[in-house]
Every structure is written in C-alpha cells, then in structure tokens.
Design a protein around this ligand. Structure first.
Ligand code: NAD
Ligand code: TDX
Length: 340
C-alpha cells in the first residue's frame, strides 16, 4: 500500500492546524505527523475530533532543536514536509525580535538540513507576502513571484531570511523545495491576537476594538481552507525550486473589515477605538496568484462568504476561543498526553 508520511510543523497553530485536519480527513492512507513546540500559539484542543484517528500523530518538539529533529527524521523517514511552524505575530516581533530569528531562521535551517540528510520527496516552506514589503495604494499593483524581497518588520525579515535558506538548499544541495507566499488568512481557529478574531471576540464581549492609525491600511484576505488546498496542490504538483504566491483578490481596508464584523453582529460602530499606529506599519499587501492558478488552484471563498462563515463559526464555537483567552487551553496537552 502507498502509505506516505507527511510532517506538518506548527500543526497546533492556526493554519498548520487547519492543514492537519484537512490532510487527516482527505488522505486516510497518509500518516500525518503534527510537530509543534506548543508555544502560546499552539493549541491541541482544536484537534479533539481527529486526535484518536490512526493516521494522526503528535510530536512535541522545537524545530530549532537540532538533535531532536535529526533523530525524528532518521526514525520516521518522512516523504513530505509542510513547514508552517513560526513566530507569526508582527506586533510581537517589534517587542521581542530574538525568538523570531531563533524559530523562523534557525529552526528552518535545522529542518532543511534534516530533510536533506534523509532525502525527502518535497519540502514546502510556508512563507508570507510580507517578505515583499509594502505596496502603495495604486490598485493595479500586485506582488508577483518576481517582486524583490524588501521586508519591513523583524517578523517579515526573519521569514525572508528563511526563504533565502530554502532557496539555497535547493540551489546548493538539490533539495526538492517550494516556497509559498500567502496573503492574510482568516477562518476557524484563528488565534484572537490577530485582527479578525480579535475583533469578533471583542465585539461579542462588547469590548473596544483597537484600530491602528487611521484604519486605511489594506490587507488581501484569504480563507484558510483555500490556503490548505493550495499547500496540498503545491506539495503534490509544485515544480521543484519554484515560488508560488497564494491570494484571492480580496483587498479590504482594516476599517472595512472591522465595520463588516460589527455590522454583521448588529453592534455599534462606537466600539471602534483608533489607537497609535504599529511601528513600520505596511500600507498595503495584494497578491497576483496567476502562477498558482495555472498549476490548478482557485479560491472557493469570496471575502463576503468567508467572513460570514467565520463569524458564524466564532458564534458556534465560543468554547474554543473563550478557553484560548482565559489560557485554559494550555492545560490540554498535559491532560491528554502526559497524565493518561
Ligand atoms: P500561528 O502562530 O497560529 O502558529 C504557529 C505554530 O508554530 C504554533 O502552533 C506554535 O506552537 C508553533 N511553533 C512556534 N515556534 C515553534 C518551534 N520553535 N518549534 C515548533 N513549533 C513551533 O501561525 P499561523 O498564522 O498558523 O502561521 C503559520 C505559517 O504561515 C507561518 O509560517 C506564517 O509565517 C505563515 N503565514 C501566515 C499568514 C497568516 O495570515 N496567519 C499568512 C501568510 C503566511
Ligand atoms: O488590534 C489590531 N488592530 C489593527 O488595526 C491588530 C492586531 C491589527 N491591526 C491591523 C494591523 C494590520 O494592518 O490589522 C491588520 C492585520 O493585522 P494582523 O492581524 O496582526 O496581521 P498582519 O500584521 O497583516 O500579518 C498577518 O498576515 C500575514 C499574519 O499575522 C502574518 O503571520 C502573515 O504573514
């Protein structure tokens, strides 16, 4: 039987977690290994419905722990790696940049080296459109795969550095890699420090919603399940060494996003509070996804259908985000994996 082993790093986080569930359900004949350090952003409660499936496996480890990663690769001989693990929050990178270098740069190099040593079939590195820097407000300009990298935050600089290492492992050692650069994701299990889940949870609790600066910065929103389908496609069909941009032409100002959520929930726009701007706040991101579309990918959600589904999900799954905000989710690993 054609049983493949797929290592998903960061599979307890937002996008990696959605990807783990997508793969476990779609490919019963693949073994999906979720490797995660369970930082503040890692949460295993989201996997309650799949954690007992035969093709789901969890490994707690730090991607920057060279010895642990090498011995895991030697033991399991993974066929594929989908690398999501990262420090992902721009605001945190402004106050604590060091961990972004350790995890995003060093951790990626450790994984690349282990993948090279055992000879994987494919290593997909999940990067971000933020490595391209910022666009102006001219709506006809987009990031393509040829746009030069000009990262502006410690977060995007660390991601760009990891992109260069991935490229170097392909050029120097012939490692079969792809880099994907995605726009802002949203959807179920999005950690409530990020704009959309923060707004939904605050509005539901009748709390103020902080909007940075004048709220006119633009992000290009992509539903996380469309992103999962893109990574699945690139993992199986991506041309080795290529970069693929992922985005769905859904540009909105932050103020439009916040107002859409407030209005959908029938609350007052008085909840909006303009606060000091983020340092180095990128004006606009917008993706040209033509190359990935030619490979066979198309988004299935518009922003309207996706945000409606997401708001409904947060209404239906208060159990999830309330225990994230209270911190209770951090006890789940001990209960399920250590004390049983
Ligand atoms: P997230 O912060 O929700 O999840 C990150 C996960 O990585 C967490 O589970 C965390 O515990 C784990 N992790 C952190 N450090 C680790 C380490 N040293 N070893 C092992 N695991 C570790 O992030 P996300 O939003 O799901 O983003 C996933 C990836 O996608 C990141 O690489 C990010 O740069 C990229 N990305 C995110 C977006 C977005 O809109 N969220 C957009 C484009 C690209
Ligand atoms: O409270 C807030 N108020 C606000 O106005 C927060 C948290 C954000 N913002 C603004 C800043 C951004 O312009 O909203 C926009 C979105 O902010 P975030 O949700 O922090 O996302 P962003 O900084 O755009 O980065 C996200 O998308 C690209 C992910 O966190 C990154 O990991 C990914 O690479």
């Amino acid at each position: 039987m054609n049983r493949k082993k797929i290592l998903v790093t960061g599979g307890a986080g937002f996008i990696g977690g959605n990807f783990v569930q997508y793969m476990v359900n779609k490919y019963p004949n693949y073994d999906i290994y979720n490797l995660d350090l369970l930082t503040y952003a890692g949460d295993l409660t989201k996997h309650r419905e799949i954690e007992n499936k035969d093709n789901y496996h969890f490994v707690k480890a730090d991607i920057a722990d060279r010895e642990a990663i090498m011995s895991l690769f030697e033991k399991e001989k993974f066929n594929y790696v989908a690398h999501f693990a990262a420090e992902s929050h721009v605001d945190r990178s402004i106050t604590e940049p060091e961990i972004f270098v350790e995890t995003n740069v060093l951790g990626t190099q450790v994984l690349l080296n282990a993948a090279k040593e055992i000879g994987v079939t494919k290593f997909v590195h999940v990067s971000t459109d933020e490595v391209y820097g910022e666009l102006d407000f001219n709506p006809t300009t987009f990031f393509t795969e040829e746009t030069p990298l000009q990262p502006n935050s410690p977060y995007s600089a660390s991601k760009a550095s990891s992109d260069f290492l991935v490229r170097a492992y392909h050029e120097t050692f012939g490692l079969p890699v792809n880099i994907t650069r995605c726009s802002n994701n949203y959807g179920p299990f999005h950690f409530p420090e990020k704009l959309i889940p923060l707004t939904i949870s605050r509005v539901l609790n009748e709390e103020k919603v902080p909007v940075y600066g004048d709220g006119k910065n633009i992000r290009d929103w992509l539903h996380v399940l469309d992103h999962c389908a893109a990574i699945d496609l690139v993992l199986h069909e991506g041309v080795n060494g290529e970069v693929y941009n992922v985005g769905g032409h859904n540009e909105r100002t932050n103020l439009e996003v916040v107002k859409t959520i407030i209005n959908t929930l029938g609350k007052s726009e008085d909840l909006i509070e303009f606060v000091a701007d983020r340092l180095g706040h990128d004006k606009r991101y917008a993706i040209d996804p033509t190359k990935l579309e030619k490979l066979g990918w198309n988004p299935t959600y518009t922003f309207e259908t996706g945000i409606a589904q997401t708001i409904q999900w947060y209404l239906d799954n208060k159990w999830w985000w309330e225990q994230i905000i209270s911190g209770e989710y951090q006890n789940y690993f001990k209960r399920q994996y250590l004390f049983n």
